[in-house]
Write a protein that binds this ligand. Structure first.
Ligand SMILES: Nc1ncnc2c1ncn2[C@@H]1O[C@H](COP(=O)(O)OP(=O)(O)O)[C@@H](O)[C@H]1O
Ligand SMILES: [Mg+2]
Length: 578
């Protein structure tokens, strides 16, 4: 919990105030039975009406004060812990947003979700419990014992025995249930993971007839949760009656002993009444203590899980450069090699190329040949293991994050469409400009669809874009990329979801509407790449060809192979015709 201190600190005073009010409430709470005893012994026993009225009024006052303290304390602590929870949650989320893809991959999304929701919730609830009982429970237990001692030391001995019995009982229950609760938590975590996978992938699951398998996976985990919960519940089922038993036995023994004490003239009825009340208060307070331990240890685990994320540093370091040197070469790969973390093989091997202003470089290669990896490195989602990437005359690492965002933009293969209007999906963080929006939508070949819709650009896309087809979503993601008018636009395999004619239109619109901008066009289709200024042929991460379509047809066997599989005619040593 120590790691949560920075988030608690602004509310520390509120927490302390709540604890103090709660403590004051406990003190006044303890006084009420004490006054009741006096009332019985001096007022009722002697029958003095005046005394009874005064004592009753005093007790009423104390009751009101106690209620006041408790309400105030509960109000302050609820507010403070909610605020603390909010702070932790927000800090965690903004930190996650800044992590590199590599780290997000490592921790995995469902686990991140659990940390932002459940773990923060645990910490918050525990803080609330602590402010309410951390001081109140000891005051009730110790204060109760002290007051009982004042009233009758002999009977207090019996209370001591009761306390020891209860202490042993609740500590042993705590010891036994703690590992059980831990297993419950783990089982629930696992269940949540299965649930998230099963729900987010429901389309795939249905289409592959995997429903039966998923149902089995879920129900068997659900069974495990039930098993552990049941075990924990069973121990709790012992716990409450045992507390009641020990409390009532203590009261019975105290009453039995008090008979002798009254006979000996050492005790009055009112005091017995007070002591019985204290037994209830003391033993009740004692049962809180192991529960607090339990919650605390759980919150400790949660806060460690939160801290683990907060401690991951943003490992991509950005430079300060905000301007470009405005060289003619926009992008240059210099002998770049790269292996994904934990992967033994290089996904890119000594790749070099240059893209000039206004040029289109197409990248072609089979799946897994490293095309998307190329894009990931340019976007700095990963760092090259060897070689360097230069942008407008500088090493890419010298640029600030903002500058880089302005200069490069990518329509990714795995694009995301948000549950917002088409317009907002295209514009995102940019300023709105009507003609810029239209141009990007028109170039991305999505204008036909927008014109057909009643709301045009204001059409609300459902969450995850379920009310659009794959090709439509992809074109919106292309429009989003074009809207940014960056110096370099990367289009990763966008043609795969487009028919040949739309693909052709997209490419000519790009050339027409975005002259002067460089394009990196990733594709698997010869028809998409053949018009490009240069074509880079990738094979298992290595650049096996670089040149125009005609040049490659003549001298690149890998390229000729791709042409043949796509029924593009390859004349021996001559020109080629589609
Ligand atoms: N996140 C990743 N972690 C480890 N290996 C990866 C990761 N992404 C891709 N790879 C591997 O890198 C190689 C190139 O992948 P990729 O660039 O996505 O290919 P392409 O886009 O050409 O289909 C493949 O062998 C793939 O298995
Ligand atoms: Mg790819």
């Amino acid at each position: 919990m120590k790691r949560m201190y920075p988030y608690i600190r602004p509310w520390l005073w509120a927490m302390v105030a709540a604890i103090l009010f709660k403590g004051a409430g406990a003190v006044t709470d303890l006084l009420i039975p004490y006054m009741m005893g006096i009332l019985i012994d001096t007022g009722i026993a002697t029958g003095e009406a005046h005394q009874i009225v005064v004592m009753c009024l005093a007790m009423l006052f104390l009751t009101l004060v106690t209620a006041g303290f408790n309400i105030l304390a509960n109000f302050i602590s609820a507010r403070a812990t909610q605020k603390i929870g909010e702070r932790i949650r927000n800090a965690l989320y903004s930190h996650i947003q800044k992590l590199t893809i590599k780290d997000v991959d490592r921790v995995e999304t469902p686990s991140l979700i659990t940390r932002v929701t459940n773990d923060v919730e645990h910490v918050q609830r525990t803080l609330l419990m602590m402010t309410r009982f951390m001081v109140r429970a000891p005051i009730m237990a110790i204060g109760g014992v002290c007051l009982s001692l004042m009233l009758d030391p002999v009977l207090t001995l019996v209370i001591f025995v009761g306390m020891i019995l209860l202490g042993v009982a609740s500590m042993s229950v705590y010891k036994v249930t703690r590992p059980i609760y831990r297993r419950v938590q783990q089982a629930i975590d696992r269940l949540t993971t299965i649930l998230r996978e099963g729900l987010s992938g429901i389309r795939v699951i249905k289409s592959f007839n995997k429903s039966e398998y998923e149902i089995n996976r879920f129900t068997s985990q659900s069974k495990k949760v039930k098993k552990h919960e049941l075990k924990a519940g069973l121990f709790n089922a012992y716990m409450d009656p045992s507390i009641g038993l020990i409390t009532n036995m203590t009261i019975a023994v105290v009453l039995f002993c008090s008979g002798f004490r009254v006979e000996a003239g050492a005790l009055e009825i009112g005091k017995i009444f007070t002591i019985v009340n204290y037994i209830n208060m003391i033993l009740n307070a004692m049962t809180r203590i192991p529960r607090m331990f339990m919650m605390f240890s759980r919150a400790n685990t949660s806060s460690a899980r939160i801290a683990e994320i907060l401690d991951i540093e943003e490992s991509t370091e950005y430079g300060k450069a905000d301007d470009r040197k405005c060289e003619n070469t926009v992008l240059e790969f210099r002998d770049v090699s790269f292996a994904y973390p934990g992967s033994p093989a290089n996904s890119l091997k000594h790749v070099s190329f240059k893209v000039k202003k206004g040029e289109t470089l197409a990248v072609i290669g089979a799946t897994g040949s490293g095309k998307t990896t190329l894009q990931n490195l340019i976007l700095r989602l990963y760092e090259p293991s060897e070689g360097s990437i230069r942008f407008e005359g500088r090493d890419i690492r010298e640029y600030s994050k903002r500058a880089l965002n302005r200069m490069v933009t990518a329509a990714m293969q795995q694009y995301t469409i948000f549950g917002m209007t088409i317009r907002d999906n295209i514009i995102l963080d940019q300023d709105f400009e009507e003609d810029r929006l239209e141009r990007s939508a028109r170039s991305a070949q999505i204008m036909d669809l927008i014109d057909e819709l009643d709301d045009h650009f204001e059409y609300e896309i459902a969450q995850n874009g379920t009310n659009l087809s794959g090709g439509q979503k992809q074109r919106i993601s292309v429009a989003r990329t074009l809207y940014r008018q960056a110096d370099l636009t990367i289009l990763d395999d966008v043609s795969s979801a487009l028919d040949y004619r739309t693909d052709l239109r997209l490419r000519s619109a790009l050339r027409r509407n975005y002259t002067g901008k460089a394009v990196l066009l990733i594709s698997q289709r010869i028809s998409s790449v053949r018009g490009a200024d240069q074509i880079l042929v990738l094979e298992k991460g290595a650049a096996v060809g670089l040149g125009t379509h005609e040049e490659l047809i003549r001298n690149c066997e890998a390229y000729r192979d791709i042409c043949r599989t796509q029924a593009v005619e390859v004349p021996e040593g001559g020109e080629c015709h589609a």
